[in-house]
Design a binder for this molecule. Structure first.
Ligand SMILES: NC(=O)c1ccc[n+]([C@@H]2O[C@H](COP(=O)([O-])OP(=O)(O)OC[C@H]3O[C@@H](n4cnc5c(N)ncnc54)[C@H](OP(=O)(O)O)[C@@H]3O)[C@@H](O)[C@H]2O)c1
Length: 274
């Protein structure tokens, strides 16, 4: 019985396969990639690699054949209308291939969002439910990568983290934690027809971020609020639910999720002064 994973050349898909290889024989895993050469890393480890392109429906039925579990990783396409079409191709193929259990990486608290992206994830979940295939919705929280868009490098250089005024708080998560949780579900039992909100169990504030930047850089970083800041990220953040929390991620991980400090440290892998 095969566990088939799309987006296997991507960051999240790659981390999930790495984690699964620690507990499941490689012969049970199938890595789906758009370009076969990008699967060579998995092939070398005994994982079957199959071609899968969301824009080529005929590739998908073959890619999903024999899947007792299929993890559909959402497309990264920038146009959400095209993403819907891509996802529907995958959902139709899963039905045709008689996939036993379909798992999908949506977006946490999508009902409370007001972006084309949140509609896309809800639409995909509904499309999956039309098939009657047992499902699990792994709704990813906001990737902590977004912290990089808040001017943290400049904050360390200048000693000042300038943010837009407002009552902001964030339920962000790391890809590593999302990948570990997804692997636990793919390898485990009793997850059928469940929706998991994979956001953090508590939120952090800009005060917390300034403190973490000071600690990690060894230089004081103060917080200032400036209503004139022009940064696209605030428009995005204001249209998604960044404040709701959930214990789902930590329950699946059976450990605490990454702290804000650990998440920020991951953004600066070279460790140079942070
Ligand atoms: N929750 C959040 O904050 C957040 C943030 C960013 C993204 N996301 C979503 O999470 C997903 C996974 O994140 P990630 O970091 O792993 O993204 P990523 O590194 O960009 O990986 C995306 C994967 O999708 C594959 N892909 C792209 N177009 C495809 C197509 N037409 N058919 C089949 N596969 C295709 C890519 O293959 P190639 O290597 O061939 O391009 C790659 O393997 C993203 O795709 C996006 O939908 C969520």
């Amino acid at each position: 019985m095969k566990i088939v994973i799309t987006g296997a050349s991507g960051q999240l898909g790659g981390m999930i396969i790495e984690r699964l290889l620690q507990t499941i024989p490689a012969s049970r895993l199938v890595a789906c990639v758009r370009k076969l050469e990008s699967g060579s890393k998995w092939e070398k480890q005994g994982v079957e690699v199959r071609h899968c392109d969301y824009d080529q429906p005929e590739s998908l039925v073959k890619a999903f054949a024999g899947a007792s579990r299929l993890l559909l990783i959402s497309s990264p396409h920038h146009d959400d209308t095209i993403r819907i079409r891509q996802h529907v191709h995958a959902v139709e193929a899963a039905k045709q291939a008689k996939v036993g259990h379909l798992l999908y990486t949506g977006f946490a608290f999508a009902e409370k969002g007001a972006l084309s992206m949140t509609h896309l994830h809800l639409a995909t979940e509904h499309a999956i439910m039309t098939t009657g295939i047992p499902y699990t919705f792994l709704r990813s929280g906001l990737y902590s990568d977004f912290i990089g868009s808040l001017g943290v490098k400049e904050a360390i250089e200048t000693g000042e983290l300038a943010v837009l005024p407002g009552d902001w708080s964030f339920n962000s998560v790391t890809r590593r934690d999302l990948a570990d949780a997804a692997a636990a579900v793919l390898a485990g039992e009793d997850h059928q027809n469940r929706t998991y909100e994979l956001a953090s169990a508590s939120t952090w504030s800009f005060e917390d971020l300034a403190e973490v930047l000071s600690e990690l850089s060894g230089r004081p970083v103060s917080l200032t609020r400036n209503p004139e800041i022009l940064n696209w990220v605030y428009g995005f953040l204001s249209k998604i639910d960044t404040t709701s929390t959930s214990g789902d991620l930590e329950r699946l991980l059976c450990r605490p999720a990454a702290s804000l400090k650990e998440s920020v440290r991951e953004l600066f892998p070279s460790g140079a002064n942070i």
